[in-house]
Design a protein around this ligand. Structure first.
Ligand SMILES: Nc1nc2c([nH]c(=O)n2[C@@H]2O[C@H](COP(=O)(O)OP(=O)(O)OP(=O)(O)O)[C@@H](O)[C@H]2O)c(=O)[nH]1
Ligand SMILES: [Mg+2]
Length: 132
């Protein structure tokens, strides 16, 4: 099966993370996620991430820091989540495609349901932020 390369942004401000909810008709629908999407054509991961965050939540990113790369097999779909911290951006994140979005304190993230592949990302987010 082809691996879908996905650019994912963990948007952080003062130990709060901006998350959005996947529409019910989408893969892993109804679950919360970090904004992002598939890399298209010859795009680099960071080009895809800038584009997706602009399209989905209306922010302009100035820089990124690598967080973690996760490869996961959902059975019906294989994904590679290339995850970056997004801390340096302009604009206020808002769900522009009708999706619900909210800022969540890092301590509260575990009470939200995310896709299975996110488990490892969530661990890294919590541990990186607790060492700050
Ligand atoms: N953006 C995002 N995608 C994730 C996360 N976790 C995770 O497993 N994925 C998976 O990564 C894939 C790509 O997401 P996407 O937002 O580009 O794609 P999509 O399924 O909405 O497709 P579409 O753009 O064709 O409607 C989906 O299969 C999604 O389930 C996450 O935290 N953020
Ligand atoms: Mg998306």
């Amino acid at each position: 099966m082809k691996v879908v390369h996905v650019a994912v942004g963990v948007i952080e401000r003062d130990r709060n993370i901006f998350i959005t909810r996947r529409a019910s008709h989408q893969h892993q629908g109804g679950k919360w996620e970090f904004p992002g999407g598939k890399c298209e054509g010859a795009e680099t991961v960071l080009q895809a991430l800038s584009r997706e965050l602009h399209e989905e939540i209306g922010i302009e990113c100035h820089s990124f820091q690598p967080l973690v790369v996760i490869q996961h097999d959902y059975g019906d779909k294989q994904v590679k989540l290339d995850t970056h911290w997004v801390r340096d951006f302009a604009g206020e994140p808002t769900g522009l495609e009708g999706q619900e979005g909210r800022w969540v304190a890092v301590e509260e993230l575990s009470s939200y349901e995310f896709p299975e592949a996110n488990e490892e990302i969530l661990k890294r987010v919590v541990s990186d932020l607790s060492s700050l």
